[in-house]
Structures are given as structure tokens and as C-alpha cells.
Design a protein around this ligand. Sequence first.
Ligand code: HEM
Length: 423
Amino acid sequence: MTVGFRSPQGVRIARDGSTARHRPWRRRSRTMTADAVRSAIPPPDRQAYRTGTAAIMVRLLRESYAEVAPRAEEATRFFYAMLFAIAPATRELFAANMEVQRSRFWRALVHIVQNFDRPDELVPFLHQLGRDHRKFGVLDAHYDAMGTALVTSLKQYAGAAWTPQVEKAWSDAYGLIAKTMQEAAEAEPGPAWWTARVVDHHRLTWDLAVVRVTPDRPVPYRAGQYVGVEVPQRPRLWRYLSPANAPRPDGSIEFHVRAVPGGSVSRSIVGHTQVGDTWRIGAPMGLMTVDRGSDRDVVMVAGGTGTAPMRAILEELSGWGDNPEVTMFVGGRTRADLHDLDTLTALAATNPWLKVIPVVESYPRMVGMEYGTLADVVTRFGAWPDRDVLVCGSPVMIRATVSRMLVAGTALDRIIYDPFTLD
Ligand code: HEM
């Protein structure tokens, strides 16, 4: 006998999280591929998109989401409470403290809604997320329960904006999102995670450490990507870190970690990591890279430990030979925050295609430094037309830099950043 209860939508939900009958997001065929997702969500410049059902769906998602957004935190709390009520087994997958996770899930949702009509960005993002979710032990039934929890929470907080059409749009959208993630997870032949041994840990300052690990087998990341990391001092609290080196023949990876206020994982890595610790590393994610086939030059904008993926890319570029010109802005509040400046300057000294511009926010003045925020300084140099722009740093820094560059005239599709690297 199925033990369960009725959700506010009238859906019968079993204790394992599976819904007994009504699963609106399952209306589409189980065999829908990413190509089918692409054609279901045509690009915005097509006439069919402007008038067709896909356009209406995207409009409904965005409009109803806008109603929920001002109460996003409340809605996310409600969502997780609902998920754990209808599928109690999922609670064990999450850490006791859900603060960071709540904001990550919501940011992912915003990112998905914003990019729903850009399948070329959305599909790779969902594929990576689906592959990465294998490390949490997520099952198909959990996706179903999450769909119920999500649609119910949005309904609760969208108020009068919630209509049967909006409900169908969200159900269909969640179906596509979950299916795209699940398909990528099923198709992935590699392991759900790698184990890696800490072979070096040294503190550069009281709040910054460099940690080198050697995985049991090479992690197949590209320079510029990031990986989820779980450390033994903080089980089940996965945090994203970017390797600061391009893949090496011995597979070793260097991470630069700053202890952030309230960041129990980063503080524990900086303060308590021991040589010999075993870390778990998740599937590589992120789209930041330099396109070798492009003839465009590159601008890099890196704040704090956001220099790590840029350094990995530069290391890879220095092995190429025929390189694009790279102008790299490296920023921090004070000179002491530019922990990697000496290495980057040394790299620039031997690679004429690289120019490094240090940026600090506070005085006293020092020769060769620019003053202001990264957003101020980068846009002071102009709009950087005809360049690809890579941005990495805190979410605040990314938001400020990207929006100021857009105002300055940089084209949105030339700016590359990963929204989930730092919390
Ligand atoms: C629409 C589907 C989903 C989206 C967009 C989504 C999004 C995310 C994001 C952005 C993260 C943070 C990234 C990370 O730590 O790797 C995350 C973490 C996580 N997700 Fe999901 N997720 C989805 C489905 C699910 C499902 C069905 C489950 C199972 C109940 C699940 C369980 C988890 C867990 C356990 C974590 C780690 C939490 C932590 O580190 O504290 N997710 N999810």
C-alpha cells in the first residue's frame, strides 16, 4: 500500500516522493533529447518564436516569476519544506544548514528563466548540472517530488498572476529542465565524483590558502572550468572551486581558497586542511574558455580568487604559440588582496601577448596601479568592442562589472562568466 498524503494541488504523493498519478511535467515523451529541447525552445530571432507557443511559454514564466521574485527567500524556504514533507528521504541528501543551498537553487532558477529562450546556453548548463547532481545520489523519483514542490511554491507566491496557463508553462518547463538534466546524468560514463588526496597546504595570508591535491585519476576539466569540492571537515557541504592550473600530466590540481565571512567550508579549508586529507571532487562545470578558432582578442576581469580560472587559461595559452592579445585586469580592495599578481606579472614578462593591469580600490597610490572598482576601471578604458570578455569573481563583482560593461556598449554575447563559482 502506498503511504502518502495529498499536496495542496491534489496530487497524491508517496512517502518515497513519487507521485501516484498526476505528473504534469511528464507529459512529454521520456525520450526527448537535448536537440528536441532546442527545437521546443526556438531562438528569439525567429518569427515563429515571437508569435508561437514557445514565446508565450517564456513570457508566462518570466511574468509569473517576476511576481514571486520579491519574496524569493520565503518561497525557497516554503519550497524546501514542501520537498522534505513530500519526499522525506531527500532531506538526508542536503546538509543541516541549507542557507547557501537555498540561494544557489534560486539563482539557478533565475538563470534558467533568464536563458529559457537561449537553448545554446541553457542546454549545456543543464547538462553540466545534471551530471554534477549524480554526486548527491539524486534519483528520478526525487525529480518528480521537486517538480511538485516547485510548482506548488510558485503557485503559493505568484498570487493573482497564477492561471492554468501559467501552471502548464511551469510544469512543461520543469519537465524539460528535469529531463535534460536526467538525460545528461544517464549518458555520462565517468564517475559521479573523484577522490583526491591533499599533498600540499600553505597559507599565503591569515585568510588565504593554496591547496594542491592529486586525484585518484585525472579529473577531465578544461582550463577555466570549476568543480564541486567536499572536504572531510564539512561533509555534504559541497562548494565550487576553480582549478588555478591547466590540466597537468600528473593530474594534480591547485586551488586558491579565501576564507569568506560566515563561510564554514572556506574557513575550514584555510584553517584546518591537513596534508593527507581526502577530498571529493565533482564533475567539471562552466563555460569559461578562450576560443582558439576565434580571431578576437581577449579581456579578462578577475576579482580576488577569481584569478584562478584565468590563470589556468593563461597557462594553457602560453603553450599554444599563436595567441590572441590578452589584457587582464586583476582587482582587489588593497594591494594585499592581489595575491597572484607577482605570478601573473612574471607570466606577462615572458609572454608579450599578455598585459596585466592591477586595480585597487583604496589608496595610497602606487606606481603602475589603477584606482577604482574593476567595473570603473575596465569601462574607463572603453567598451572593448571586438574583444571576448571573461569575468570571474564574487557575484557582486560580476554583476557590477557586467552591467557597467553593457552600459558602456560591450555586446552581451561577448561577455562570458559563470554565475555559480562563488557564494
Ligand atoms: C530543476 C532541477 C534542479 C535544479 C535547477 C537544481 C539546482 C541546484 C544547484 C544550482 C545546486 C548547487 C550546485 C551544487 O552544489 O552542485 C544544487 C545542489 C543540490 N541539489 Fe539540486 N537542482 C535540481 C534538482 C535536484 C533534485 C531533484 C535533488 C534531489 C532532491 C537535488 C538535490 C541537490 C543537493 C543535495 C544539492 C547539494 C546541496 C548542498 O551542497 O548543500 N537537486 N541543485
